[in-house]
Design a protein around this ligand. Structure first.
Ligand code: EPZ
Length: 418
């Protein structure tokens, strides 16, 4: 297993290009199942999770071709209705194929995704919504089995704001007969991006980006050529890296509009942030101020940026309080940061009190999930000495060539064969 060695003490400077969004690309690639013909997706990031979803689509019978960051998918030949455990266990977002397979084949059998390090990750909201559209659903032997001769629009209320459930239901309802209303829907940019792609295929979706989405079913959807939006979490990660190394970094090909809460919190903690059309310049400071953070659904502060901010706040002036309200176990990075000298106490599982210390010290640390791994690299950038991050496959799921991008900014971040 590869490791990444980080040498602390370098200020980052220069430009870094932000890749396409993992969390937009995953549902958008899945939406090709709703179409007979070839869809072309541009600006697709080269990530482990993207390779996993392409393998799954191929296993279902789709023809998938990749040329650089362009991926073409022709689902005409899709004749299978089962997504196997072996493929689904590699990546939880695979559950997104359930609705589109059902809409296409009138039945679907998809392995239940397991939980992961950050939480149990249930899919009850996905299943409740798909059942409301008229599907019979049974759970057995670790699989979800769904069948429906016809899908009919319904009024669906989500008890919890769920990105995945909102995406599942937008895709499935697009081909249902009649009108579907999704209430208390997620508002993330990835939801709006998926709705834009579905509408360009011929769907009739209104209200994406608001808590209420109206989907008027159509009889068929057509192939499209579209580009994936920039990855706001990769962007946020590099913004924090610039901030905490007192660097001067410009992010290009990003979407500042998707980063309002992150920009606000970075400014509060003492960084200068200049927003241009499709780029953001962050000038950091050695005088980082403590701030409080509460993760909430978009447009609030994103849970996927919590670990990265915690890394920065370990060396801030003063005490910060971080409250994680989305996932039940998203503080796994805390114990590793404490091994580097951070002063963090946890209360009740979802509140972390971070008391700033003068410096961190480099240490061998263990990655546990995607964003926790990123936070350990960020901590290594400011720690004294070398930090070695193990199990970097977690990172490769969601960051494209992260060590090359840091090296391009003057960081000493080396991948070594472990
Ligand atoms: C998406 O996961 C993202 N993944 C996550 O990013 C992100 O953290 C999350 O949204 C929240 O923004 C992708 O888009 C591939 P949810 P998702 O459904 O859709 C509970 C990353 O690092 N819930 O919005 O799985 C759930 O347990 C990843 O890139 C149910 O209870 O998240 C959680 O507590 C990590 N029942 C809350 O809702 C359900 O049926 C929000 O989850 C579904 C979700």
């Amino acid at each position: 297993m590869d490791i990444i060695a980080v040498e602390g003490g370098r200020r980052l400077s220069g430009n870094v290009r932000i890749s396409g969004s993992k969390n937009a690309a995953l549902p958008i690639l899945v939406s090709s199942l709703l179409v007979d013909g070839t869809c072309v997706f541009n600006n697709v990031p080269d990530l482990m999770d993207i390779r996993s979803i392409k393998l799954l689509l191929e296993d279902l019978g789709a023809r998938v071709e990749t040329q650089g960051s362009s991926v073409s998918i022709d689902a005409t030949g899709v004749n299978k209705f089962e997504a196997s455990y072996d493929l689904v266990r590699k990546m939880r977002a695979s559950i997104l194929v359930l609705g589109p397979i059902l809409a296409r084949q009138k039945k679907a059998r998809v392995s239940l995704p397991g939980g992961c390090a950050i939480g149990a990750r249930p899919i009850n909201l996905h299943l409740k919504g798909i059942a409301a559209l008229g599907a019979d659903i049974t759970l057995e032997h670790g699989y979800v089995e769904a069948s429906a001769e016809k899908l009919t629009g319904a009024d669906i209320y989500f008890d919890i704001v769920s990105v995945g459930a909102t995406e599942s239901l937008m895709m499935t309802a697009a081909l249902a007969e009649g009108v579907t209303l999704l209430r208390n829907a997620a508002r993330e940019p990835e939801i709006t991006a998926l709705a834009d792609v579905l509408n360009s295929m011929g769907a009739k979706i209104e209200g994406a980006g608001t808590p209420e989405i109206k989907i008027t079913g159509v009889s068929r959807l057509n192939p499209v050529t579209v580009s994936i939006i920039p990855d706001r979490i990769e962007a946020g990660t590099f913004m924090v890296a610039a901030a905490m190394t007192a660097g001067d970094v410009t992010l290009t090909d990003c979407e500042p509009e998707h980063l309002g809460a992150v920009i606000h919190k970075l400014k509060l903690s003492g960084s200068r942030v200049d927003v241009l059309d499709k780029s953001i310049r962050v000038v950091g400071t050695t005088d980082i101020q403590a701030i409080d953070i509460r993760t909430v659904p978009y447009p609030g502060f994103p849970t996927d940026m919590q670990a990265q901010f915690m890394a920065m706040l370990t060396v801030a002036k003063g005490t910060s309080v971080i409250r994680e309200t989305i996932f039940e176990n998203r503080f796994i990075h805390v114990s590793e940061l404490k091994r580097m000298g951070a002063d963090i106490t946890l209360e009740g599982g979802n509140v972390a009190t971070v008391k700033g210390v003068p410096h961190l010290s480099g240490a061998p640390v263990m990655a546990s999930d995607l964003r926790a791994s990123a936070s350990l690299i960020l901590a290594g950038l400011v720690a004294e000495g070398e930090t070695v991050v193990n199990r970097v496959y977690h990172l490769d799921r969601g960051y494209e060539s992260i060590e090359k991008k840091f090296e391009g900014l003057g960081g000493v971040v080396l991948r070594k064969k472990g």
